[in-house]
Design a protein around this ligand. Structure first.
Ligand SMILES: *[C@@H]1O[C@H](CO)[C@@H](O)[C@H](O)[C@H]1NC(C)=O
Length: 392
């Protein structure tokens, strides 16, 4: 048996989890319409209203959702005791305190789903301070995400394809988006990353991958109305797999549920030669890299993509029929950018550093092309490992 304190604590936590669950939940249609108020809940009174609504929940439904949310604990010891008490016993004061506390610790409530924070200010700040050498990415990503989130009802899912060499920040930007749009960042129940080599390695299993992929999309849209899907190593995705995503990106009836509030990111190195060539030509002409515009890059990038044999993504209908809203180029990084990455790592790890140490780390990287040694071949990748080696 649990003592009084423990069970009250549990009770509070369960309620929170239920709130989290139901406010973003679209799976159980009937239940949802009953208990989740329509429209966007705002602030404290809404939370309290939702909490009150839960007192009417049947024990069975309560148990079902609490177990789905809180699997380990529930399965281990709570299942019996949870069934043993009734929510209706909780007084109004208790609910008020709980709602108060809940809103004080979370940044939720404005979006109607406490897991979704949609912090554009934070995204803007992160893109300008933590991402180095990518003036185009900063601008395009911010504008695309901001405009998308402002729409009452988007026509289709926001779809961005990130292009560039490894280590230039594609994964990093995907993470910044996740961290600013979702309370739990990459760990959020709303965020799912698919890595081609890891999740879809063998072409012979293509049919089963397609089934799995669709099932996972359905699962996530079932528990989160604004999901973020990240496809890493998109250049290695089979063309059929990419096109299996088309109905979800394009808001077609085949998708079943409404995916229009979703965000799809495709990360690949396709087109990076074209990007690097443009950057190199600017340097040779004595021009600033910040002068490079999207227009300068788009044509060569698309040309390289259309000639990229063996890349399913480049030849997918999803890409060629214009379902990708923005092409986001990542420029190759120079010596100075590697130093900035090194500085960030020192700061993040709480290690003291000097200018000489940053130079030393940056000098450890290999720079290409042979003649000019302009760009770090691995971008900022493995900078932290090098620093660990350096300080140990
Ligand atoms: C948004 O992000 C900024 C910068 O990280 C932070 O200071 C602010 O508290 C965040 N706002 C919300 C509502 O989370």
């Amino acid at each position: 048996m649990l003592n009084w304190n423990t069970s009250h604590l549990l009770c509070g936590c369960c309620l929170l989890l239920v709130l989290v669950r139901v406010s973003g939940h679209t799976g159980k249609k009937g239940a949802k319409e009953q208990i989740v108020p329509q429209g966007v809940p705002t602030g404290y009174s809404e939370v309290q209203r939702q909490l009150e609504a839960f007192t009417d929940l049947s024990k069975q439904y309560w148990h079902y959702i609490s177990c789905r949310l809180w699997q380990e604990d529930c399965v281990k010891e709570e299942s019996e005791s949870l069934q043993g008490w009734s929510l209706a016993l909780m007084g109004q004061d208790y609910l008020k305190i709980l709602a108060n506390w809940y809103c004080s610790i979370s940044t939720c409530c404005e979006t109607g789903d406490c897991r979704i924070s949609n912090n554009i200010t934070g995204l803007k700040l992160d893109l300008s301070r933590r991402l180095h050498g990518q003036h185009l990415t900063q601008e395009v990503v911010l504008k695309a995400v901001q405009n998308f989130l402002q729409l009452q009802q988007p026509e289709k899912a926001l779809t961005l394809s990130f292009h560039g060499w490894s280590g230039t920040g594609k994964n990093f930007v995907a993470r910044l988006i996740a961290e600013n749009l979702y309370r739990d960042g990459m760990k959020s129940a709303c965020v799912r990353i698919f890595i081609s080599q890891l999740h879809f390695p063998h072409t012979s299993y293509l049919d089963s991958y397609k089934v799995q992929l669709k099932r996972q999309l359905r699962e996530i849209i079932g528990r989160c109305k604004q999901p973020l899907f990240i496809f890493d190593e998109a250049e290695k995705l089979h063309v059929d797999l990419v096109d299996a995503l088309k109905p979800y990106v394009d808001h077609s009836d085949d998708a079943g549920e409404d995916y229009r509030n979703s965000i799809f990111l495709f990360l690949s190195n396709i087109g990076s030669n074209a990007i690097n060539e443009v950057a190199r030509n600017f340097w040779r002409a004595g021009r600033q890299r910040e002068e490079i515009t999207l227009e300068d890059l788009e044509r060569p990038l698309r040309a390289e993509m259309s000639s990229a044999t063996g890349s399913g993504f480049a030849h997918s209908q999803l890409f060629t029929s214009g379902l990708v809203d923005f092409i986001v180029p990542f420029l190759p990084l120079e010596y100075e950018h590697v130093k900035l990455c090194a500085r960030d790592v020192f700061i993040a790890q709480g290690l003291p550093y000097t200018k000489e140490m940053l130079d030393e780390v940056a000098r450890m990287m290999i720079y290409v092309p042979k003649e000019e040694r302009l760009f770090s071949a691995q971008g900022c990748k493995s900078v932290s490992q090098r620093i660990n080696y350096f300080v140990s």
